[in-house]
Design a protein around this ligand. Structure first.
Ligand code: C2O
Ligand code: CU
Ligand code: CU
Length: 501
């Protein structure tokens, strides 16, 4: 289906979908934009399965200046319900995909093979990546022998392609996921997401918790069918022809089962020492407000774009889809034997908890959180101001009134220019910018929010809000994306191309 037909279809279904935008209220008085998709079988019990940590990939040792990896995208299965296989689409068949660790300035090449029944596009989220390898939605990698519609493809390859990442960027918690035109939501829902961490000398010199005390935690909500398979309200379950979800879920799909690294409500045995938790909200639409019960401080050390200049102590952290918060929790504050629940204050019922930490014995702990973590990346004064409005129009989601057209950039940004962008919304829109990280200068008439500190690539914009960010695009020219990371909004056209010139 071509883009014109898709937009026509959106307009056509506008009347049918005019039921308003459901907002799920959280117990903390805040909310997610979306509708709850109930599972069709009893939910799994909480805290019976142990937390899994995604497998870490080791690079091909034959190369001296490049780390090379190969990932095969294929069907696999996970176990969410005891004794029942849940089919997933995974990188190497795994969900989450294996973790890749890159060193700053050391080139990383990931060869992706596609053995799924659909085309894919791989995006390294938070990556400072040349445009050709950024996972543009129409740069499709088809499975070998694919015989379906290829009209949406821009640059295309079959069977395999290399994604090359120069990695000229700070240490940070990045993630990779599918970014195919019109079908990102269901593809990520089925499992196409994994961690990609970047380390550097500045971070390695700090006494932060490392090794198995550095835990990546990918938090998602999902729903399940009677047979234990993932449930998602696609109009076209083959994910090949008609994009979008049934009208009830046009504002976002919210699941009723919380998975951490693919395990429902896991427990994690921890020693009574400090841990670094790399929190990633990889959900399609759900926002979380995470806190510990019994309470303990969560000391934020980093976010999307890497380490903060100084640690920040929170009693709770709020994460919109695609955002990352690196926090250090000192479990020695608890008596050994304490069971500490990671709560979601924005959830209700089953979604009000995420996982549990079971605090074990005291152990030696050489780690600490220094009061200075990184040098403040200075930004020059802005050259110009632009405004972007994120709004629903009929049943499409638009930016400045326009649905996404992959071949029609809406602005051109000079390479190296610092810009001020005003972002305005109607509902919750987690606004994501490719290539350039940004600083949040303020929200409404006030300053930045409690969770806006540091370099971000995704902003948690709340209903009827205006935020001002300062952004700069360095190093690479080409076509990049600005979009809402509520994946249902993204698939329903809330995305815009811009050119760095
Ligand atoms: Cu995480 Cu353009 O996406
Ligand atoms: Cu991205
Ligand atoms: Cu949105």
């Amino acid at each position: 289906m071509n883009r014109r037909r898709f937009v026509g279809m959106l307009t056509g279904t506008a009347a049918a979908a005019a039921v308003g935008v459901p907002l799920i209220k959280g117990s903390g008085g805040s909310s997610s934009t979306g509708a709850l998709l109930p599972s069709r079988r009893p939910l799994p019990d909480r805290y019976v399965r142990k937390l899994a940590v995604p497998r870490m990939l080791t690079p091909d040792p034959r190369d001296s200046d490049t780390d090379r990896y190969t990932l095969t995208q294929r069907c696999g299965q996970i176990e969410v319900f005891a004794g029942v296989a849940t089919p997933v689409w995974g990188y190497d068949g795994e969900f989450p995909g294996p973790t890749i660790v890159s060193r700053r300035d050391r080139r990383t090449v990931v060869t992706h093979r596609n053995q799924l029944p659909v085309p894919v596009s791989v995006h390294l989220h938070g990556g400072h990546t040349p445009a050709g390898d950024d996972g543009y939605p129409t740069h499709l990698l088809f499975p070998e022998g694919f015989r379906g519609d290829m009209s949406m493809a821009g640059a295309m390859s079959h069977d395999r392609r290399d994604y090359t990442y120069p990695m000229h960027q700070r240490a940070a918690t990045l993630w990779y996921h599918d970014h195919r035109m019109d079908f990102t939501g269901p593809s990520v829902w089925r499992g196409l997401a994994g961690f990609h961490l970047v380390t550097d000398d500045e971070e390695a010199a700090l006494p932060l918790p490392v090794g198995d005390r550095d835990l990546p935690l990918m938090i998602v909500d999902r729903s399940f069918d009677v047979d234990g398979s993932l449930r998602y309200p696609s109009l076209d379950p083959t994910l090949l022809h008609t994009p979008g979800v049934t009208s009830r879920y046009a504002a976002g799909v919210l699941g009723d089962v919380v998975l951490v690294n693919g395990v429902p409500w896991p427990y994690a045995p921890v020693a009574a020492v400090r841990y670094r938790l790399r929190l990633l909200n990889a959900s399609n639409a759900r926002r979380y407000r995470l806190s510990l019960d019994p309470p303990a401080p969560m000391v934020q050390i980093g976010t999307d774009g890497g380490l903060l200049p100084h640690p920040l102590t929170h009693t709770a952290v709020e994460l919109a889809p695609a955002q990352r918060f690196d926090v250090v929790v000192d479990f020695s504050r608890y008596t050994p034997g304490t069971r500490v629940v990671l709560r979601n204050e924005f959830g209700s019922g089953a979604t009000s908890t995420v996982m549990r930490f079971d605090v074990g014995a005291r152990a030696s702990d050489p780690s600490s959180v220094p009061s200075t973590l990184s040098t403040d990346p200075r930004r020059s004064e802005p050259d110009r101001i632009r405004t972007f409005r994120f709004r629903r129009a009929g049943s499409a989601w638009t930016i400045n009134g326009l649905p996404f057209r992959p071949d029609q950039p809406i602005v051109s940004v000079p390479l190296g220019a610092t810009e001020t962008w005003r972002l305005m919304t109607d509902f919750h829109h987690p606004v994501h910018v490719h290539l350039g990280s940004f600083q949040v200068l303020g929200r409404g008439l006030g300053g930045p929010g409690d969770y806006d500190t540091g370099l971000k690539d995704t902003l948690d914009l709340r209903p009827s809000e205006e935020a001002v960010i300062r952004v700069r695009f360095d190093d690479y020219r080409g076509r990049y994306l600005l979009h809402c990371h509520n994946l249902e909004h993204e698939d329903m056209a809330m995305m815009a191309a811009f050119d760095v010139v």
